[in-house]
Design a protein around this ligand. Structure first.
Ligand code: C5P
Length: 224
């Protein structure tokens, strides 16, 4: 199958909008591959923190991004063979990821790696710029949102569930800052792609959101 015929569903949206869970389940239901592009930014951030790469050294950071030696299996993420599934979820790593994600060369450095995830029978790509930049011809584009309070609550439960400590006020402040940084950066800002369906998940269960995305995909296939 030529690469351009391999279906892609892009799911973009802010932190803790439910993208990860929804994208994962949609991929499972369709038997598609799954790209967690945020994990690539987090892996670059973790490498930079460990190597003490200055966060203003754009070229060194871009080299780290291009040369990421990472692999994914089921729900686990590996960096140079080490299981870093938990380590990349730490708040410090998320914040650093969001800072280095404003750098054009870092974003460019990760493009080739992201395109490699497009493989038969299809891909569900989760991130901030999947439908706008990386897969602009995706068969279905969805933009997920949820109120900042709902997202802070979800993030709180996620962190506690993973054994990290968390504080609601800090999380709210952090999410608001991260949203502003993602939405206002000059390169690949977070915004709905042209033709994206908007899905507000504030009052939805993950299963309801999954059914909605699958329904849209079924219609897109019928019409496309
Ligand atoms: O989605 P997640 O919270 O894991 O992403 C970590 C950070 O990586 C985000 O705050 C965002 O700044 C950045 N990111 C991005 N583009 C993507 C995915 C993530 O800029 N496609």
């Amino acid at each position: 199958m030529p690469n351009s015929r391999i279906p892609v569903i892009s799911l973009d949206g802010p932190t803790a909008s439910g993208k990860g869970t929804v994208a994962h389940r949609v991929a499972e239901r369709l038997g598609f591959h799954y790209l967690d592009s945020g994990a690539l930014y987090r892996l670059t951030a973790l490498s930079a923190l460990r190597l003490r790469t200055p966060l203003n050294d754009e070229h060194a950071l871009a080299r780290l991004a291009e040369g990421l030696n990472c692999s994914f299996s089921e729900e686990e993420v590996f960096l140079a063979g080490e299981n870093v599934t938990q380590a990349i979820r730490a708040e410090e790593v998320g914040n650093t990821a969001s800072r280095i994600a404003t750098l054009p060369t870092v974003r460019q450095g990760l493009v080739a790696l992201q395109l490699r995830f497009r493989a038969p029978p299809g891909l569900v790509a989760d991130g901030r710029d999947m439908g706008t930049v990386v897969f602009p011809h995706a068969q279905l584009k969805v933009f997920l949102t949820a109120s900042v309070e709902t997202r802070a609550e979800r993030r709180y439960k996620q962190l506690i569930g993973k054994g990290f400590s968390a504080n609601m006020d800090d999380l709210l402040k952090d999410l608001t800052e991260r949203d502003a940084r993602d939405a206002n950066r000059s390169v690949a800002p977070l915004k709905p792609a042209d033709g994206a369906y908007m899905l507000d998940t504030s009052d939805m269960t993950a299963d309801e959101a999954v059914e909605q995305v699958l329904g849209w995909y079924a219609s897109a296939r019928k019409n496309g």
